[in-house]
Every structure is written in C-alpha cells, then in structure tokens.
Design a protein around this ligand. Structure first.
Ligand SMILES: Nc1ncnc2c1ncn2[C@@H]1O[C@H](COP(=O)(O)OP(=O)(O)OP(=O)(O)O)[C@@H](O)[C@H]1O
Ligand SMILES: [Mg+2]
Length: 314
C-alpha cells in the first residue's frame, strides 16, 4: 500500500498523528538511501527465548526478508515443529516435504532440503515439518546429539558456491535439544523481548544456558543482540520494560524498537513477511531499520568492500 505523502501536508503539524506520519516518512526516506556493508563471512544467529509468543518467529522472518531486501543472501532454519517461520516465508512444509527433521535424524545434507522463498531469490529456508515434534526425544539416543545441526550447517556452508551472508535459526519456546542444537550451530544469540509484564522472567535461565553452551560446547557463542518487540509507546509499562532492559544490556539492545502493529500480525496469514505484505508500514520500517542496524553492528569487523543499496526494494 502506497501512503499518500501529499495528503498529510495539510494536517496541522503539531498534532501527535501528524508528527508520527512525518517521522515515519523521514525514516522511510532514510531507508531508501541506506548503504549497507555485507559481512564477508557468514554470520549465524539463533533467535531464542524460551518464553512463548515473544516474537521470535516474527523477528526471524522479518529480519531475514529485510536483509534480503538490502542484498544479503539469507538462510532461515526453522527449528520449531510449529513451522511458523516456514509458513511466513511461503515455503511448503507438509509432512511429506524433506525438512530439518531429516537433517537432524537421518543426516540428510542441508542442501537437499533448503527451499527458496517466493518472496526473494536471496531468501532461503530450511523448513520444519510436524515430524520435528518427535526429534527432541529421538535425538536423545543419537550420537553427537548436540552437534548435528552444526555439522550439517558447516558442510552446507563449505559446499555451497554462494553461501549465505546471514543464517537465522528460529527456535521453539524451550531450552531442549533443538534449541541446544541451535546454540551449538550459531555464534550469536538474538533475544527478542516483548515489552510486556514478566518480560525479564526466565531471562537469567536463558543467559545461564548460553553460558553453559559457551563453556562446554561452543566457545564463540554470545548474546550479541536484544530486540524489543511489540512495543506500545502509549503504555507506561512498555516504556518501563524498555528502560529496564536497556539498563541491564546497554551494548546488546538495538536502538530500533518494533512497535505492536496489526500489519505485522496479519502478514503470516497471507504466507508473507510484513516486508512483502506492506513494506512501508510502521512495523515493516522498524524491521528494515533493525536489519540495517544488525549489519552495521557486525561484531566480526569483516565487512567486505562490496557495498549494497536497497534499490531492489519497492
Ligand atoms: N510487532 C508485533 N505487532 C503485533 N503482533 C505481533 C508483533 N510481533 C509478533 N506479533 C504476534 O504475536 C504472536 C507471537 O509472535 P511470534 O509467533 O513471532 O512469537 P514466538 O516467540 O515465535 O512464539 P512461539 O514461542 O510460539 O514460537 C503472533 O501472533 C504474532 O503475529
Ligand atoms: Mg515461534
């Protein structure tokens, strides 16, 4: 949907609504002109929080689509048996489709199951199917049960002619073996935090798990990024949660905050990310800004000289 910028010029500039519209317009313009540097290697981030419904999947697919929109090759690994990330990326994931289950349990190469999202040739997805629901238990008796995703991903990255710039792993809301496989395969953890009651509840348990994996299984693993989601600036509570999280994690929290937005929640029912569904909406603009910020904060210092603009974006 194209917003009519002219229509708002007659609105009294002093109303909150007019200010909000002018602000969004300026942010869209800034995004249209943005230049990003893509990492020369592959950044692997797991999007994790054992709390349910905090925006893990929404963040995974929308950051992924926004990254593809600025020219990055992106692989989303859907590690949640619910398969919501596969749905939002428009990728088939019925029970008969080869999926992450086959990779983890039967050692299928990741290349055999990766599909391209209809949204962009740069956006790929390793889908989840309902079979993954059993994997948590089946994995217990398998050799190297914590490393199976890591091995598959390493092999994929080494054998793919054009490896992804960014891999994003969408985790289920638990700290079981699937999430441990994600922690072992990634080097960065991205934690979405919902600006609601009990936002910080369980966070110390999550950070403890990251620390344990770092110590015993995957030394490079660290919490690189925290994203505040479903922010409703009209409530004092959301402001308080945001302040508190920033106080505790000043380095990790992105400046961009994702607003609560109907467009964001509607998009998956069309098998789309909000970037494709309504790329100019406030929620999409925020996810595009978060993606740009994520690239700028590359903690690898390995950005190559190949600059990319988002000319391909609508
Ligand atoms: N910014 C937002 N504005 C409005 N609704 C949102 C926003 N972000 C997420 N939602 C909605 O909140 C619900 C939970 O989001 P999501 O599925 O991304 O969370 P999750 O952490 O992946 O959940 P789970 O733990 O079940 O995997 C979904 O219905 C989603 O559409
Ligand atoms: Mg989810």
């Amino acid at each position: 949907m194209k917003h009519s910028d002219n229509a708002v010029t007659s609105v009294d500039d002093d109303t909150p609504l007019a200010r909000e519209i002018a602000d969004l317009r300026a942010r869209r313009r800034a995004l249209d002109d943005v230049h990003v540097r893509l990492p020369s290697g592959t950044r692997t981030l797991t999007v994790s929080n054992q709390k349910g419904g905090v925006g893990k999947t929404t963040t995974t697919v929308n950051i992924a689509a926004a990254l593809a929109g600025v020219g990055a090759r992106v692989l989303v690994i859907d590690l949640d048996p619910q398969g919501n990330a596969s749905t939002a990326l428009g990728v088939p994931h019925t029970a008969d489709v080869p999926s992450v289950y086959d990779v983890l349990i039967d050692e299928f190469p990741l290349a055999d199951i990766v599909q391209t999202s209809p949204e962009s040739p740069l956006l790929t997805c390793a889908p989840s199917t309902i079979h993954l629901a059993g994997a948590e238990i089946e994995l217990v008796s398998h050799v190297a049960r914590e490393h199976r995703l890591r091995r598959a991903l390493d092999e994929y990255l080494a054998s793919t002619p054009e490896p992804p710039h960014v891999v994003l792993i969408d985790c289920p809301p638990s700290l079981g073996l699937l999430t441990i496989n994600a922690f072992t395969a990634a080097s960065e953890v991205l934690i979405p935090i919902q600006c609601e009651y009990y936002a910080l509840e369980g966070l110390s348990q999550l950070l403890g798990s990251v620390q344990m994996i770092q110590k015993h299984l995957n030394p490079p693993l660290h919490v690189s990024t925290i994203l505040l989601t479903m922010y409703d600036g009209r409530t004092r509570l959301a402001q308080q949660v945001a302040e508190e999280v920033r106080e505790h994690f000043p380095q990790q929290v992105l400046g961009t905050v994702i607003p609560r937005s109907v467009r964001v929640s509607e998009a998956p029912s069309f098998g789309q990310t909000v970037i494709a569904y309504d790329g100019q909406s406030a929620g999409a603009v925020a996810y595009r800004e978060a993606a740009v910020e994520l690239l700028a904060r590359s903690d690898h210092d390995d950005a190559d000289d190949g600059e990319s603009t988002n000319e391909g974006e609508s």
